[in-house]
Design a protein around this ligand. Structure first.
Ligand code: C5P
Length: 282
């Protein structure tokens, strides 16, 4: 792995050899014919950006989070397959750790991925925001809808992906899948010393709160404008669009789209995969 893999204007991003060569004239009619999504932007093409450049320190020591295995297959590969399962998604841009684009490209080459989807690998940045921006920079011009999906949500069902795309096609500029909360949430005054009791400041009404997942879906121009304008540190892309004063809408998320963050999440993810295998078998 070296910075040699970093793309420059003169050097296009790495293209995984597993990907079918860019064949827009062949792929577009296939995707369009298979899409039942009738809406305001029927011809819009959809690409996905997967930021996978995080270290994942909360999972404990080891490989970057996206490269850790779930049932023997790296989380990133699960996430790629989950997005490529949508017939509307014809390109996935993977944002690799800054010094790991070559390794991620080899990983994609070593795993079976759907042939009707193109895959690109680009090196990421220091923050999630920067990584997403680098992924957006690599998108060809003919994509109007962009999904941003965390590699750390490897098990998102295709119905959730399609619901997000459909809402953007129906005219929303920004769409997030989300679930109601089981826990009551408190706002606190964060302790200055770790472990000190923290005073509660407020208790927002739980019925109005949602836990937001990915993929988040965007009108491409709106997302690019948000990334060019908003410099605050944010934890998701939709909040950047909110800061522009644009409306962000919520569609139903799915419990299997949870983020693998802590060691227990790995156990849960493997249990979900085992249940899927069992259901597929009968
Ligand atoms: O840290 P967090 O769990 O919020 O990361 C969400 C996603 O952003 C992960 O898929 C992670 O790999 C990605 N990320 C990134 N570049 C960074 C930091 C995080 O692509 N510098």
């Amino acid at each position: 792995m070296s910075d040699d893999s970093r793309p420059s204007p003169a050097e296009p991003p790495l293209e995984a050899s597993t990907a079918a060569p860019a064949q827009a004239s062949v792929q577009a009619p296939v995707a369009a014919a298979a899409e039942p999504l009738v809406n305001a932007r029927p011809k819009a093409r959809t690409a996905a950006v997967i930021p996978a450049a995080g270290r994942g320190v909360r999972l404990g020591p080891g490989a970057p989070k996206a490269l850790r295995a779930l049932n023997g297959t790296p989380m990133l590969i699960h996430a790629l397959r989950a997005l490529a399962a949508s017939r509307a998604v014809s390109l996935v841009v993977v944002v690799a750790p800054p010094d790991g684009a070559g390794e991620v490209k080899s990983l994609l080459d070593a795993h079976a991925l759907p042939e009707r989807t193109d895959f690109l690998v680009v090196p990421g940045g220091e923050s999630r925001q920067e990584s997403v921006k680098l992924g957006l920079d690599a998108l060809p011009a003919d994509y109007d809808i962009v999904l941003v999906h965390d590699a750390a949500r490897p098990l998102v069902p295709v119905d959730t992906v399609d619901a997000v795309i459909e809402a953007v096609r129906d005219g929303a500029r920004a769409v997030v899948p989300a679930l109601p909360l089981a826990d009551t949430v408190k706002e606190v005054e964060p302790a200055t010393t770790a472990g000190e009791p923290e005073p509660v400041v407020a208790t927002p009404a739980r019925a109005r709160l949602r836990a937001v997942q990915t993929p988040q879906g965007f009108d491409r121009a709106t997302l690019i404008h948000a990334h060019e304008t908003v410099t605050d540190n944010v934890t998701d892309d939709a909040s950047m669009v909110e800061q522009l004063g644009e409306t962000v809408v919520v569609v139903p998320g799915h419990e299997e789209a949870f983020k693998v963050t802590r060691p227990l999440d790995l156990v849960l993810a493997e249990a979900v995969l085992a249940r899927r295998r069992l259901n597929d078998g009968f």
